[in-house]
Design a protein around this ligand. Structure first.
Ligand code: SAM
Ligand code: SF4
Length: 331
């Protein structure tokens, strides 16, 4: 029998929100060329939400029907208290799933503690399976560590493991087949992400953007079939192949209808609600995260703000809001 929820967050376009993307930091220990070409952002001490603030936030959102929380950033594992954060989110009544998006650099070391703290799903970014190319893209010669982190995560029994690959023309698009081959015997989902234009990557975007249409054509030619979407899959398109244990996903923000299935709320590391990834306004909730007694007011403010959620982003018109990079707002 399906669960009866006391409240559900909806926007004016009848989209329901059960999934929170919570950025816990803007900081990062990599400098991916498409994300942080100028290096990581400096952050003032105490600008990041504390564990009690996160508990108050997630507590209110769980009462509004949020069931899944993804911890992201920047690189979430640069926070010394990332395991404590995961534990606090897991302790919130109503939260069923905690996922983490990471560059994988600290995964081998932290995997067990994260799993014990209740994280069950991981997205690990691996933009190349060639060591030198990985180094060139991320600015760090860490491919072996990232791959051993993935092996360790599989040993630890994480329920879902996705590998994120941002496709870059003439840099890593020659590796599409190698990534797909990886899914043959591994229970992973490789997700090809279309490069998104941000304030800091304009030049790269012009020369390296690969349209998802050509990728879909390639998948069809290789015998992959597109799955029907579920409300949980959100904007990602899932593909499967009878000879492969794993799957392939395509995240195509420039394709038609991408925003129609938007099912995620985004909160920045400083506690602001961001109504659209590619919008230009954040609404700070921080003053309402200080005490559990503020919960009803917090819930009311979130519901009111959601009425202002736009129907879609304006990337096609070349507008990407105030996004300098995705690390800053939580990719
Ligand atoms: N540091 C973590 C990581 O790299 O997985 C989490 C944060 S990162 C911003 C989240 C995801 O966004 C990564 O898979 C990254 O490759 C992707 N990303 C960053 N900038 C992007 C861009 N301009 N276009 C498409 N994807 C991007
Ligand atoms: Fe850091 Fe992730 Fe951005 Fe790479 S994509 S610079 S790992 S935040």
């Amino acid at each position: 029998m399906s669960e009866i929820l006391p409240e559900t967050l909806k926007d004016p376009f009848d989209r329901s929100f059960r999934y929170l993307r919570l950025s816990v930091t803007k900081r990062c220990n990599f400098n991916c060329t498409y994300c942080l070409p100028n290096g990581s952002t400096r952050v003032a001490r105490h600008s990041e939400l504390s564990v009690p603030e996160i508990s108050n936030l997630v507590g209110a959102l769980a009462e509004l029907g949020i069931r899944k929380v993804r911890l992201t950033g920047g690189e979430p594992t640069v926070r010394a208290d990332i395991v404590e954060i995961a534990r606090a989110v897991r302790a919130v009544p109503g939260i069923r799933q905690i996922a983490l998006t990471t560059n994988g650099y600290r995964l081998a070391a932290l995997g067990k503690d994260l799993r014990d703290a209740g994280v069950t799903a991981l997205n690990v970014s691996v933009d190349s399976l060639h060591r030198e190319r990985f180094h060139a893209i991320t600015g760090h010669d860490r491919l072996p560590e990232v791959l051993s982190g993935i092996d360790r995560a599989l040993e630890l029994g994480f329920e879902r493991l996705k590998v994120n690959v941002v496709l870059l023309r003439d840099i890593n698009d020659s590796e599409i087949e190698s990534f797909i081959e990886w899914t043959q015997g591994m229970p992973i989902s490789v997700r090809f992400i279309e490069l998104m234009r941000t304030g800091d990557n304009g030049h790269l975007f012009e020369s390296r953007h690969v349209s998802s249409d050509s990728l879909r054509k390639r998948l069809e030619d290789l015998g992959w079939a597109r799955e029907r979407g579920t409300p949980e899959s959100g904007p990602a398109q899932e593909w499967s192949h009878s000879d492969h244990l794993g799957r392939v996903g395509v995240i195509a923000p420039y394709s038609r209808g991408f925003c129609e299935t938007c099912n995620r709320l985004r909160i920045t590391s400083e506690g602001a609600l961001r109504l659209c990834l590619f919008g230009d306004s954040d609404f700070s909730l921080r003053s309402l995260l200080q005490e559990p007694s503020q919960r009803e007011e917090l819930k009311q403010v979130i519901q009111e703000l959601l009425r202002r959620k736009p129907s879609r982003h304006l990337l096609h018109e070349g507008k990407f809001g105030n996004v300098r990079d995705l690390a800053r707002i939580g990719g």
